[in-house]
Structure formats: structure tokens, C-alpha cells
Ligand binder design. Structure first.
Ligand code: PGA
Length: 248
């Protein structure tokens, strides 16, 4: 049985004081429910958040990593560095990194392989642009991403993977995919996993929806059969909003 998984993606937001205030508030509000949760924060906040959330059941995630362990990669952070400070998750292939930071399916694949050799679980983001959707190519685009990103990964690894379906036209725009549109794509992703692996792996992989998910629409999205959770941007910046999504 898949457990619901609600993860926050702070992106490049939150000062140190705001992060501390958020952590205190979330700890106060969070009841160890049947819902898994994590906050994916900027690197500078990770160590403190990991300490703040220790023993609470709230996980901490990074928003990127490098696939090499060390070396001449100025500005990068390696997986062993994240492991050392107790990080649980790492977002890979967010559309903003694909657009602005040259993230490709090839680098996503290398990063996923490196993460699966560690204790940190990846959250892989995929999704189509508005142009691709308007051309009716959303399934083809997402299938190509999933196939390239997971190339060479074992069934055992993919069973532990979280895939976030994030239509780019719904990210930060206030324009959420309808529950039916989101379900159709999450189911399509599960079918691709069944084709690439088998029904058992497809049943175990966690599939989140992301894109303007908020307290007002979380319940109807989470009620869809193939939507196992959410990757929450804007609505994860206030503990009161985020907790309402966890309590969908
Ligand atoms: P949003 O962002 O919830 O602000 O649309 C989601 C994401 O980019 O992960």
C-alpha cells in the first residue's frame, strides 16, 4: 500500500529566521499521521532543518545534487555531503532547473543513479510545457522524460522512487491542472512504469502532482486513484497552509 507523500519545495525562498519560525510551527502542528512529509529547502537551511525535525517524522530534502562525489565542480553539492548532514530526499529534474540550469535527462539519470547508491531518496520531476499540451503531446513528452531519466535503474530502485508530475503551465501560475487532467497523467506515468518494469513496481512507485496545489484543491487531487501526494511550492512557505495540505 502506498503512503501519501506531501513534500514542500521552498525553491529560493525563506530567510534563516523564517525557516526557523516555520520549523517550530510545523513541529507544533504536525501529528505523526499516515501521511509522509518533507521540506525541500535551500542548501544553507538543510542542516538546521534536519536538526529541528529530528525524531518528528518530518523529512528534509535538497533541491539538487551533483552526480560526482567530489572534485572541481565549483558551486555544486555532492550526495555524500548531503548524507553527512542527515538529508532524506533530493528533488531531481525540476522544470526550473531544466530551464535555467541546463539540467538534462542525461544528468537527471546520473543523479538518480548516484542517489540510489546512497541513503537519500530522489523525487524526480517531469512535466510538459503549455505549448506541448496544446499540441496534444503531453503524454509523449512525459513518457520520453521518464524513460530517459530512469534508464538503467533497477526495479528495486524504482519501487522506492517518487515521481512528481508537474505540468509547467501550472507551476506558480495559480492555474492548477484539473483533478481529471492530473489523474490522467499520473496514471499514464504508472502505466509507463508497468511497461518498463512490471505491475508490482508500478503499484509501489509514488506519484505526486505538483503545480499550484494548495489547501483549497488538495483534497480533490488527493482523492484521485493514481495521485499519491503533492510537491508543493508556494503553499509550502506558510506552515499553516502546508499543514492543511498534509491533513487533506
Ligand atoms: P507551485 O510550485 O506549487 O508554487 O506551483 C510547485 C513546484 O514547482 O514544485
Amino acid at each position: 500500500m502506498r503512503k501519501p507523500f506531501i513534500a514542500g519545495n521552498w525553491k529560493m525562498n525563506m530567510s534563516r529566521a523564517e525557516a526557523e519560525e516555520f520549523a517550530a510551527k510545523l513541529k507544533e502542528l504536525y501529528k505523526d499521521t499516515e501521511v509522509k512529509t518533507a521540506i525541500c529547502a535551500p542548501f544553507v537551511h538543510l542542516e538546521r532543518l534536519a536538526e529541528a525535525f529530528k525524531g518528528t517524522g518530518i523529512g528534509v530534502g535538497a533541491q539538487n545534487c551533483h552526480f560526482e562525489d567530489s572534485g572541481a565542480f565549483t558551486g555544486e553539492i555532492s550526495v555524500p555531503m548531503l548524507e553527512e548532514i542527515g538529508i532524506d530526499y533530493c528533488i531531481i529534474g525540476h522544470s526550473e532547473r531544466r530551464e535555467y540550469n541546463n539540467e538534462t535527462d542525461e544528468t537527471c539519470n546520473k543523479k538518480l543513479k548516484r542517489l540510489f547508491a546512497s541513503s537519500i531518496l530522489p523525487i524526480l520531476c517531469v512535466g510538459e510545457t503549455l505549448e506541448q499540451r496544446d499540441a496534444g503531446r503531453e503524454k509523449e513528452v512525459v513518457a520520453a522524460q521518464v524513460k530517459a531519466d530512469l534508464d538503467g535503474l533497477s526495479a528495486e530502485n524504482v519501487s522506492k522512487l517518487t515521481i512528481a508530475y508537474e505540468p509547467i503551465w501550472a507551476i506558480g501560475t495559480g492555474r492548477t491542472a484539473s483533478p481529471e487532467q492530473a489523474e490522467e497523467m499520473c496514471k499514464a506515468i504508472r502505466d509507463i512504469i508497468a511497461d518498463m518494469y512490471d505491475d508490482g513496481v508500478a503499484c509501489e512507485v509514488t506519484i505526486q502532482y505538483g503545480g499550484s496545489m494548495k489547501p483549497a484543491n488538495a483534497t480533490e487531487l488527493m482523492n484521485m486513484e493514481d495521485i499519491d501526494g503533492g510537491l508543493i511550492g508556494g503553499a509550502s512557505l506558510k506552515a499553516e497552509d502546508f499543514i492543511q495540505i498534509i491533513d487533506f
